[in-house]
Design a protein around this ligand. Structure first.
Ligand SMILES: [Ca+2]
Ligand SMILES: [Ca+2]
Ligand SMILES: [Ca+2]
Ligand SMILES: [Ca+2]
Length: 407
């Protein structure tokens, strides 16, 4: 039940009537063509081949009025996704089609006989729901020092959408735009605690085109301030860049990452200036066998933050406890298998309200429900236990699809 709606069956005819002899078959007086639709508009026709009367709009229309249920073919020449609904007022449950922008001459033919409203959006999921996911968290009895951008002891989620925007979700099922564009140029997003030394949680991102590492200081409200360069290059040689919390014990959050070429795990300590200090080896090799690192916070009560790592070949989830010497101790198995069905891990602290860090995951298309795979976009939550283990997963929400990453 990922999508409760039925998507209409629109067919992309493509280049219909364009420069072919067909254009003359339905000769005068009213031969039309999808080329008649001006750039920047969505156009519909009473005929099935961009013929008959043409209607056009460059704004969302909740009620097509005299054109209700009249459109038999259409083209989207805007730069937005057009949600073409079978019901008025953008009601998605009766069915809709999310139409990407068309090239000149393309045409979407029948059956589209019941079109009643049209809305322009940036991402497909906005045809049926908000751009951001539904996130609800309980107030934690203690401030864990991470997972909380606005300091209200409720775990927050930051979401990147398919249009490259960033959304802040404070845990009350709302969302707020905090990044207007360009975030799809980042190939890593991570946050865990305070790097800039103002007590507010920050976000760290790797720029794909340059291999630079940027710090976006949290303002304490969920928004982000002016970015600062904390890694001048070379970060494309690293994988699983993960803000981790204070492993070194100096009160400053640290960063860890795997060196792709060697499989070594490195710790980059936070410093008093908000930059990263000289790196320290904390894993001598073999870490390329891990395809997810999760900075969980102190889940075993030992006083230092701990690491979860997913083993690619087995789908197992391992706990590596932080030690008082700033290293990782002997690992323990916390998940016996099946964790490769997760696309994303969110370590945002305690969202269940018992003071212990929890784990949220978002499934990929290998996730199985009732014996069948293909259930991507489920939020599955795992409550942390005192030993660093996890309670059984709970399917919390099935509508985390059509997004482009979380931290
Ligand atoms: Ca919060
Ligand atoms: Ca900060
Ligand atoms: Ca530290
Ligand atoms: Ca610990």
């Amino acid at each position: 039940m990922r999508n409760r709606f039925n998507r209409g069956v629109a067919t992309l005819v493509g280049l219909a009537l364009a420069g072919t002899g067909l254009a003359t078959v339905n000769a005068a007086p009213a031969v039309a063509s999808s080329y008649d639709c001006p750039a920047g508009y969505f156009c519909g026709w009473t005929g099935e081949s961009a013929n008959g009367s043409m209607w056009k709009t460059n704004k969302s229309v909740a009620d097509l009025g005299s054109w209700d249920n009249k459109i038999r073919s259409y083209v989207n020449r805007t730069t937005s996704i057009a949600c073409v609904y079978e019901d008025k007022d953008y009601v998605p449950w009766g069915g809709y089609w999310a139409q990407e922008p068309n090239s000149p001459g393309e045409l979407n033919g029948d059956p589209v006989a019941t079109t009643s409203s049209i809305k322009f959006v940036r991402t497909e999921r906005e045809c049926s729901r908000p751009a951001y996911p539904s996130w609800v968290s309980e107030t934690s009895p203690t401030a864990l020092g991470f997972g909380d951008m606005n300091g209200d002891r409720k775990a927050d989620v930051i979401t990147r959408d398919e249009a490259g925007r960033l959304w802040f979700s404070p845990g009350d099922d709302t969302g707020r735009l905090i990044g207007t564009a360009g975030w799809n140029g980042m190939s890593a997003l991570t946050r865990h605690g305070d790097f800039s030394r103002d007590g507010r949680e920050d976000l760290i991102a790797r720029e794909a085109s340059t291999g630079k590492l940027w710090l976006y200081p949290g303002t304490g409200t969920g928004s982000l301030g002016t970015r600062e360069l904390i890694g001048s290059g070379g970060w494309n040689g690293m994988s699983q860049i993960t803000a981790f919390g204070d492993l070194t014990g100096d009160g400053r959050s640290d960063l860890i990452a795997i060196e792709k070429a060697t499989g070594k795990l490195w710790l980059y300590p936070g410093t008093s200036t908000g930059t990263l200090g000289t790196r320290k080896l904390i894993g001598t090799g073999g870490w390329n066998t891990m395809n997810a690192l999760v900075g969980m916070g102190d889940v075993d009560g030992g006083g230092r933050p701990d690491l979860y790592a997913r083993e690619a070949s087995t789908g197992k989830l391992w706990l590596y406890p932080g030690t008082s010497t700033g290293t990782l101790g002997t690992r323990k198995l916390v998940g016996t298998g099946g964790w490769n069905t997760m696309a994303d891990f969110l370590s945002v602290g305690d969202f269940s309200g018992d003071g212990r860090p929890d784990l949220a995951t978002v499934t990929n298309d290998r996730y199985v429900i009732d014996g069948s795979a293909g259930h991507l976009g489920w939020l599955v939550t795992y409550q942390g236990r005192a030993t660093g283990a996890l309670a059984a997963g709970q399917r919390a929400d099935g509508e985390w699809w059509g997004l482009n990453g979380f931290c």
